[in-house]
Design a protein. Structure first.
Length: 235
């Protein structure tokens, strides 16, 4: 097991200037842009201009109540992060995975260097689909047949589409992020344990704690989503 921890790449996509993305973000959210409190991944998406609304709406759909099973969603997010060696995605989504009920043994399995084994057949199948789409960029007939048999046609469409979006999100990580975006690196977490982060315009209310420290509660202690703008801020 090797959890993604570092990037090998030396070249990154520059963050867009605030003056460029301010009107994009304010038009979508209907709220003043707060550059110091907006995640870099949101800034990067805003730097695509007209693509921003479509990207955020897509992420909302996947993470919303009509999206895919939360445990399956996080399984796919982590396995894609593993396949792409994307530390930021792994850090965020392993923490959310714990909050939606995935066990430490399951999370460890998703970081396997080889095929995932020793967990539920649904997780094994989804991880295999992630590996094939991340690596070969397509599904084998056997994997697709098993997905259809296990999940049905509509859910299979959702899973294939969602995994494809997760690959896009992992690839889009190639941009700089200050320590503030890596929440476990914050120096003031002990003093200010509450924060609001986001996936698209869904807020996660939780408790920030250093995941590597010997403190109870994990990175996010609560599991409560609510739709309401996406400008992360301390609470």
């Amino acid at each position: 097991m090797n959890i993604p921890t570092t990037y090998a790449a030396k070249v990154t996509v520059p963050l867009p200037d605030d003056d460029v993305i301010r009107p994009v973000i304010e038009a979508y959210y209907g709220a003043p842009y707060q550059p110091d409190m907006t995640l870099n991944v949101v800034k990067m998406f805003a730097g695509t201009g007209a693509h921003f609304a479509g990207v955020i709406d897509t992420v909302n759909a996947i993470f919303g109540p009509e999206g895919i099973n939360p445990k399956h969603r996080q399984t796919c997010m982590m396995r894609v992060a593993k396949g792409l060696n994307a530390p930021y995605e792994w850090q965020i989504h392993s923490a959310i995975g714990r909050n939606v009920g995935l066990s430490e043994d399951e999370i460890a399995a998703f970081a396997s260097d080889g095929p995932v084994t020793g967990v539920g057949s649904d997780y094994v199948l989804l991880c295999r689909a992630c590996d094939e789409l991340t690596g070969a960029k397509t599904l084998t007939d056997d994997t697709l047949s098993e997905l259809l048999a296990m999940f049905g046609e509509q859910s299979t469409r959702k899973y294939i589409f969602s995994i494809s979006i997760f690959i896009f999100m992992g690839v889009a990580e190639r941009l700089p992020r200050p320590a503030g975006d890596h929440r476990q690196d914050r120096q003031d977490d002990e003093k200010q344990p509450g924060w609001v982060s986001c996936q698209a315009n869904w807020r996660w209310r939780g408790v920030v704690q250093n995941e590597t420290a010997s403190r109870p509660g994990g990175l996010l202690a609560e599991n409560r989503w609510r739709p309401d703008g996406c400008l992360p801020r301390r609470i």
